[in-house]
Design a protein around this ligand. Structure first.
Ligand code: BG6
Ligand code: MG
Length: 217
């Protein structure tokens, strides 16, 4: 068994679901009467559903009762689920399956570390659920990223100390969580946005052959 393990974020690393979150949040903002742009949507990446709503309401300078917020969270998720239920393997991001194949070949275990409460459904939709050695998602944690809880539970599932775990993330909050957990952070996406990451790649297709060998003790 390998001395290292990998923890994957889901949305934006394995699958491109940010566009579906955006559609559902934008619809909500339209109904509340303010503009919600793709740039605004960047602020919601990696952030929990509840915090996302708070950020969105701040953008629109809208104040709502707790009861109304709960109602909105349910309807936003229903709309999001209507998109998710149509997903298939075509929506796996480039390089993701090849990377899992590489890890399998090297005997390196990997788990999921996602803020989403819909993670299992999404992985099942795209046919990747069975490949992970464990799932840590928004249902398993009490503190959302940038708190490191989701990744620390992932390390326990991998049966490895945090310093032996490599995290793949596309969100600032996720890179911060990995760094706080003393794991190796790999930022997938814009290097300037994810400048706190230990390593940066534009996409999973860019991970060089032999990338993992430098970590194996
Ligand atoms: C993260 C996404 O993976 O999951 C966030 O990057 C999202 O944008 C969060 O808010 C929670 O997702 P869900 O599926 O529980 O609403
Ligand atoms: Mg993400």
């Amino acid at each position: 068994m390998s001395t290292i393990g990998v923890i994957f974020d889901l949305d934006g690393v394995i699958v491109d679901t940010a566009k579906y979150h955006y559609l559902a949040w934008k619809n909500l903002a339209d109904n509340l009467g303010f503009e919600f742009t793709e740039a605004h949507n960047e602020l919601l990446k990696g952030v929990s559903r509840v915090t996302s709503l708070e950020i969105l309401l701040d953008i629109g300078k809208v104040q709502l009762t707790e009861e109304k917020k709960q109602e909105i969270l349910i309807s936003k998720n229903e709309e999001y689920l209507s998109y998710i239920k149509k997903m298939n393997a075509d929506e796996i991001l480039p390089g993701a399956e090849q990377l899992l194949d590489t890890l399998d070949a090297l005997g390196i275990k990997y788990v999921l570390g996602s803020a989403s409460k819909n993670a299992e459904l999404i992985l099942n939709q795209v046919g990747l659920y069975h490949r992970f050695h464990g799932i840590v998602d928004g249902n398993s944690v009490s503190k959302a990223k940038p708190d490191p809880e989701v990744f620390l539970i992932g390390a326990v599932k991998l049966n490895l100390p945090p310093k032996n775990c490599i995290v793949f993330e596309d969100a600032i909050a996720g890179v911060e969580a990995a760094n706080v957990a003393h794991m190796t952070s790999v930022g997938i996406g814009d290097k300037n946005t994810l400048q706190e990451a230990d390593f940066n790649f534009n996409s999973l297709t860019e991970i060089p052959e032999g990338f993992f060998s430098k970590f194996i003790i």
